[in-house]
Design a binder for this molecule. Structure first.
Ligand code: NAG
Ligand code: NAG
Ligand code: NAG
Ligand code: NAG
Ligand code: NAG
Ligand code: NAG
Ligand code: NAG
Ligand code: NAG
Ligand code: NAG
Length: 455
């Protein structure tokens, strides 16, 4: 099922054999502190077996979990490896560069732990090593020890050294999808809304979802709109379902949300003009413009020095149902999940509370990001006014006690009802056909011929 659609980012295989490695210390690198390594033994270059097998790779210490190294020459030539580290126990790491000339160079890394960790013991870190001059490494390994046996190291392919051509104007990055996620109708509507607004790609870090969601993800993956990245973080760390309030059991917040968002920015650094950072129940909805394209063109024209655009988040509670009397939506009754066209009332901002924002960024302007703002960046950020757009956030209420007259009617989403209904119906038609054409499955499972709306 899912395995067939899984796209392992690191799945590339290279065969490099019979290389003779020597082990050098480069004096030209800033962060060198220790004397020259005298270890000049010959080592076979690690074979395929030493490539990462998952999106998350534990190092031997079980305190460092590597996601991926990215080449970054925006300020100087560095390799920035995104890794999840124990905040107090990981103080020293080394990069081992595998140069084209078969030399292995070891460089001491600086560890830049992201400021937002929300008190969990594990947090995202940038593990930064200068890219050795003349080395042109395609792979790098990371280790706690400066004298590790090279043949024991896992070799991570360095991403972004070769910049592909831009393939998308807008790429949407969700944080991890987890916990038997099954809000299928809202998910389909949200993906179709992104298409209408101008997105070409949605990246999903998949931890867990329902069987029907898996099938929907498979459909969109085939279509090319969705890219699924396996995110089995619970195999390595104990994730919390909340973004804060760690306890003595949970080790990392919100299934590693901050790691997925930063990884998504670096993955799309050169392939996408803009990256949209929001969750699967959120849509950045313009008021003045029809599409993100027009909106961003205008925002960029007015703010030429800005690379980070923050949009106000507004809750449209799923308890406040309105009927829009839309036709041609009867087939949606069979699909589990919420219908966003029924939610046109939003909660007012809470005075003296943090009112969240979500972002559209030029990924090349971002160094580190948190959820509601960036942490380190090369360009300015602005708050986009509510008259221009808001984040339509359709979920359970935050302010439970509000009655309808205290909510603000806002049916901006209905401006899109016509193309949205048509797109969703097209999708459901083709999706159900694709299920019919699948060979029958063995064993007990959900019916694959139609949805079964759970009440
Ligand atoms: C790391 O975890 C693995 C698997 O749980 C275990 O076998 C190994 O002994 C651990 N290593 C250390 C240094 O704790
Ligand atoms: C390979 O390249 C590195 C980086 O330029 C250099 O330090 C090293 O001496 C070279 N090794 C050989 C055997 O030429
Ligand atoms: C490094 O590992 C290889 C393979 O496990 C082994 O043959 C070699 O003796 C080791 N070298 C050192 C210095 O431990
Ligand atoms: C979600 O978790 C359930 C229960 O552990 C498991 O059976 C299912 O395969 C998981 N689904 C995915 C997509 O990982
Ligand atoms: C996952 O959600 C689906 C749909 O709501 C439900 O039918 C199924 O029993 C759930 N599975 C688990 C393991 O909770
Ligand atoms: C976690 O803390 C609670 C109360 O503080 C304690 O009762 C429990 O034993 C602790 N659990 C672990 C695994 O340490
Ligand atoms: C929806 O249609 C019903 C019956 O046709 C009508 O009574 C109701 O006022 C309509 N509601 C809206 C919001 O247009
Ligand atoms: C409903 O859908 C059919 C085709 O599926 C289309 O011909 C018809 O115009 C649609 N009706 C409305 C009111 O959109
Ligand atoms: C709604 O809430 C407001 C403020 O709490 C209150 O004044 C009003 O009477 C309520 N309206 C209804 C219909 O319950």
């Amino acid at each position: 099922m899912l395995n067939s659609m899984r796209f392992y980012f690191f799945g590339c295989t290279i065969t490099l054999t019979c290389f003779i490695l020597s082990f050098h210390w480069s004096r030209s690198l800033h962060w060198s502190e220790k004397p020259l390594q005298k270890n000049m033994e010959e080592h076979p270059l690690p074979s395929e077996g030493k490539l990462p097998r998952d999106t998350i790779t534990p190092l031997k210490d079980n305190r460092t979990y590597i996601i991926a190294p990215y080449y970054d020459n925006r300020q100087r030539n560095i390799i920035r490896t995104l890794g999840i580290v124990h905040h107090s126990e990981v103080k020293e790491l080394y990069c081992y560069f595998f140069c084209v000339n078969t030399t292995v160079l070891q460089v001491k890394a600086t560890i830049d732990l992201h400021k937002d960790r929300f008190d969990f013991v594990y947090g995202l870190a940038d593990i930064i090593c200068d890219d050795p001059v003349g080395c042109s490494s395609t792979h790098v390994a990371i280790d706690r020890s400066p004298t590790e046996n090279i043949s024991d190291l896992i070799n991570f392919p360095i991403q972004n050294r070769v910049r592909g051509k831009p393939t998308a104007k807008f790429t949407v990055c969700f944080s991890a999808m987890f916990g038997n996620y099954s809000n299928v109708l809202q998910f389909i509507q949200t993906i179709e809304m992104y298409k209408i607004l101008g997105a070409q790609k949605v990246m999903i870090y998949l931890n867990n979802c329902s069987r029907q969601m898996e099938e929907v993800l498979q459909y969109y993956t085939k279509e090319g709109m969705v890219e699924v990245i396996p995110w089995q973080i619970q195999q390595y760390l104990k994730p919390s379902k909340r973004w804060r309030y760690p306890n003595n059991i949970t080790e990392i917040g919100y299934y590693g949300q901050l790691s997925t968002l930063n990884d998504c920015i670096y993955r799309n650094m050169y392939s996408s003009k803009f990256v949209v950072l929001n969750d699967q129940d959120e849509i950045i909805l313009p008021f003045k413009h029809r599409t993100w394209d027009n909106m961003m063109e205008s925002l960029q024209r007015e703010n030429p020095d800005v690379g980070i655009f923050l949009f106000e988040n507004h809750i449209f509670p799923q308890t406040e149902v309105s009927d829009g009397n839309f036709t041609n939506t009867s087939s949606w009754n069979e699909v589990p999940g919420f219908n966003i066209l029924q939610f046109i009332h939003r909660e007012p901002d809470r005075p003296n509370k943090f009112n969240a924002r979500k972002m559209i960024v030029d990924p090349r302007a971002v160094i580190q990001t948190s959820v509601h703002s960036t942490l380190k960046q090369y360009r300015n950020s602005i708050y986009v006014p509510l008259e221009t757009a808001l984040v339509y956030h359709c979920r359970g209420p935050l302010q439970h006690k509000l009655n309808r007259s205290s909510l603000i009617k806002d049916n901006n989403i209905w401006r899109y009802s016509e193309p949205l209904i048509s797109n969703v119906n097209y999708m459901l038609n083709h999706f159900l056909k694709s299920l019919h054409s699948e060979p029958p499955k063995v064993g007990p499972s959900i019916s694959h011929t139609h949805f079964n709306k759970s009440k």
